[in-house]
Design a protein around this ligand. Structure first.
Ligand SMILES: [Zn+2]
Length: 353
């Protein structure tokens, strides 16, 4: 199948030939023969159903509210069918065995990494990423610019690595409640003080905050944060005990990311420094992010042991935590269009900077 096309069915009409069908539908005549290997061009039967490629010209990912792991899986499947150049792989599994999926888009040598939903109640970050991925693919296959910028040159110079949902168990718990926790149902209710509303839940299903798991001033967080599993902020009994956190560290260790974006909510701020270990170009990059998003750059914050902290410490490359939107997590979905518009400029900047 041609990238950027889907398959539709068509019923042969009187006076149809492969040529007229191709011209009417604006598709290559060869593609009809390829999709219908048994077709006899000189003997088309009226009323017979054949397959035709149809160019996809609008987003296929449209149901982005309450964006569960299952919606995510379905959308990945649909993207794969239409955009086979979008490489997908499982890079690990969550505590409950859900796949942690990475997508790779691009043929370039500049490896840019983007992730979302480290925190369960920040699932809207996955919605933002998936909408962006879909828009990028559409732009490539239709030769439409995004914000005045043609994307094929970006595709040729970068390889975008995306992990849209780092914490799928946490996301499903926040959206679907305790029943989504399976064998952990009793435990999560206990940790949540029997409250059946999990909107405060940031951690993975074992009550470990995945973005406080990294050995980058982890000790500082241990001294002042909860000492047992909780809906949020428990850094674990040791650094790097949780499969989701390990998976993400392994990924960075195996690649050569030139830049990392971790999407969180909320605050409309961008954190860009860590202990003075960030490279000088981090400041230039964050200024461009601020210009295109209106978000406020903040160099240092009193929060440690996050993925971005660790990435800067280990690789001395630019790493950014982007706090999308304002309000109380999970952010109301009515904010999504505004958040997407603010974030789009940042995500695009990663590809041209
Ligand atoms: Zn967060």
């Amino acid at each position: 199948m041609l990238p950027g096309y889907r398959t539709i069915t068509y019923s042969i009409q009187p006076n149809d030939s492969l040529w007229t069908i191709a011209i009417t539908n604006n598709i290559p005549v060869d593609s009809i023969a390829l999709l219908n290997p048994t077709i006899q061009p000189m003997n088309l039967q009226i009323g017979k159903t054949i397959l035709l490629p149809e160019k996809v010209r609008s987003a296929i990912i449209t149901d982005l509210n309450k964006y569960t792991y299952e919606k995510f899986q379905q959308d990945l499947h649909n993207l794969q069918a239409i955009y086979p150049f979008m490489f997908q792989q499982s890079i690990g599994k969550s505590v409950m065995g859900k796949e942690i999926v990475e997508l790779q888009i691009g043929r370039g040598s500049n490896d840019v990494h983007l992730n979302g939903s480290f925190h369960g109640n920040e699932w809207i970050t996955t919605s933002v990423i998936m909408k962006f991925i879909n828009e990028y693919a559409l732009s490539l296959t239709n030769h439409n610019p995004i914000r005045g910028r043609f994307t094929l040159p970006l595709y040729q110079t970068t390889q975008l690595s995306v992990v849209p949902m780092v914490n799928p168990d946490g996301v499903n718990l926040v959206i679907n409640g305790a029943k989504a926790a399976g064998d952990y149902e009793t435990k999560v209710l206990e940790m949540n003080h029997q409250n059946t509303n999990f909107s405060n839940w940031k951690a993975n299903i074992k009550g470990v905050d995945l973005n406080k798991q990294y050995p980058a001033r982890w000790e500082t967080e241990v001294e002042r944060k909860p000492t047992s599993p909780q809906p949020r902020d428990f850094p674990g009994y040791e650094p790097m005990t949780e499969p989701e956190a390990i998976t993400m560290a392994d990924l960075a260790n195996e690649r050569n990311f030139s830049i990392v974006n971790a999407l969180h909510t909320q605050g409309e701020e961008i954190y860009w420094g860590f202990e003075g270990l960030e490279p000088p170009e981090s400041e230039q990059i964050v200024n461009e992010y601020a210009r295109v998003s209106g978000y406020l750059p903040v160099q240092y914050i009193d929060s440690y042991a996050g993925y971005r902290d660790w990435f800067i410490q280990e690789f001395r490359k630019p790493g950014f935590t982007i706090e999308l939107g304002t309000g109380v997590n999970p952010l109301p979905f009515e904010q999504f269009p505004e958040i997407y518009e603010e974030t789009l400029g940042i995500l695009l900047a990663n590809l041209y900077l």
